[in-house]
Ligand binder design. Structure first.
Ligand code: ASP
Ligand code: MG
Length: 431
């Protein structure tokens, strides 16, 4: 009798597919680690492709010339394919078709100005090509099956942040994947979904981790592994902080909280579906695939070392009622309603007698809309260009380390968490 094979979901982000050498490295990991498992491989756009597509989309949407950056993107993908497939044609039929579709979409957009409020919808139709192109190349490099995930991962119409229709998605995935996985590894796109009407949606920037979790949940996979360019889940981003430490094992709960506060290592929505089905998540380095990494799963902790999370591009907005009355629940209801309507997310908030302050991610467009909604009722002050720091499991030394020499514009402390907003400054060395 044939042994029942375990099913693993691997997720490879942009850095792990950034060029031909990286894709060869990925292929090595898949070959060595997947001999005994069925394997679903979720892949993001290559390198900085998503950012490049955002720029190209912006040009097309505003009727400008997008040809030069599109040509660069095209050349980049073709060069990687050329290097990988050597004597075979760089563009197989699929790649050529995708590149042609992308150009056609952009040309239509440039020539027929679309209404401003359809921006997010068009964004998803264009930005999704990063993942489509990357998976096309990776699947070919692995000799694996290519799966278009969009007809399976059903979302609503919340463009750029599609909300998963779980029952439909689970049904679709179970209908299609097991047979494919029996035949061999499957490569599919992170970050994408589709509406019932067949339009493409995206799941939020850096959403490929979430995709891996969605598939794992639907297939009741044995484990998910996110392959990154860091050694595992660290207590801080080594780009900004010195002396980082790796957590060898950490609970779902702690990880969700860190992601919520902005730790960029895992997309915040990833953990819940895994926790519901008790599927462990491994974070490992694609540069050192045999090293231990981090295991995220069920469990409780003694004291964990402090985790430092930095979010830039913040905006502090303060609302005062015009007649100097106290901020009431009725006022708060209006303010929260407006924030939700313009989709500004609150990262920290505080109430005082006559004013209410929130720290949010800055977006000139959303802030302008918010001011339009609330200006009549409130006097509003705001500061942009701020940073928000969160220390989870803080101790006095960790607070001293981060706050030294800074003016704190807003601060807050709970039993486990210390947060403050301050002016951004030039980074001079690591914190
Ligand atoms: N390529 C998308 C992004 O850069 C999704 C991802 O990387 O997870 O946001
Ligand atoms: Mg990416």
């Amino acid at each position: 009798m044939q042994e029942q094979q375990s099913l693993q979901v691997y997720k490879f982000g942009g850095a792990s597919v950034k060029d031909a050498a990286a894709i060869r490295n990925l292929a090595g990991i898949v070959r060595e680690h997947a001999v005994h498992s069925q394997l679903l491989i979720v892949v993001s756009a290559m390198g900085k492709t998503t950012n490049a597509l955002e720029e190209i989309f912006q040009l097309a949407f505003t009727g400008q010339d997008f040809a030069p950056p599109l040509a660069t993107l095209h050349r980049f993908h073709r060069a990687v394919a050329q290097e990988l497939f050597e004597d075979k044609p760089a563009e197989n039929e699929k790649l050529a078709e995708l590149l042609a579709q992308l150009e056609q979409h952009l040309t239509e957009l440039q020539q027929n100005p679309a209404p401003a409020d359809s921006y997010d919808q068009h964004y998803d139709q264009i930005i999704s090509f990063g993942e489509l192109l990357a998976t096309c190349i990776v699947a070919r490099a692995l000799g694996a099956q290519w799966l278009d995930c969009r007809p399976l991962l059903r979302t609503d119409h919340t463009w750029r942040e599609g909300r998963i229709d779980w029952p439909t998605t689970e049904w679709n995935v179970r209908e299609q994947l097991p047979d494919m996985l029996q035949r061999g590894p499957v490569v599919t796109q992170g970050f994408l979904g589709g509406t019932a009407a067949g339009q493409t949606t995206t799941l939020g920037r850096e959403g490929s981790d979430y995709t891996a979790a969605i598939f794992a949940y639907c297939l009741q996979a044995e484990a998910v592994t996110i392959w990154k360019d860091v050694a595992g889940l660290l207590n801080a981003d080594p780009k900004f902080f010195a002396d980082t430490v790796r957590f060898p094992a950490i609970s779902y709960q702690e990880t969700i909280e860190m992601a919520y506060y902005g730790a960029s290592v895992i997309h915040p929505k990833t953990i819940k579906p895994l926790a519901v089905r008790q599927i462990p998540l491994f974070v490992k380095s694609f540069l050192a695939p045999t090293a231990e990494g981090t295991r995220i799963g069920e469990g409780r902790h003694e004291q964990l070392s402090p985790a430092f999370i930095r979010k830039d591009g913040q905006c502090l907005i303060s609302f005062e009622s015009k007649d100097l009355t106290f901020i009431s629940e009725e006022n708060l209801e209006v303010i929260f309603g407006a924030l939700a309507q313009v989709r500004l997310k609150i990262n920290m908030m505080q109430n005082s007698a006559i004013s209410f302050s929130v720290c949010t991610d800055y977006s000139a467009y959303r802030l302008e809309k918010l001011l339009g909604l609330l200006r009549e009722q409130f006097t509003i002050h705001y500061n942009t260009g701020l940073e928000l720091y969160t220390i989870k499991n803080y101790d006095p030394a960790s607070i001293g380390r981060l706050t030294a020499g800074r003016e704190l514009l807003l601060e807050q402390r709970t039993r486990q968490t210390f947060q403050f907003a301050c002016r951004g400054r030039e980074v001079s060395g690591l914190l």
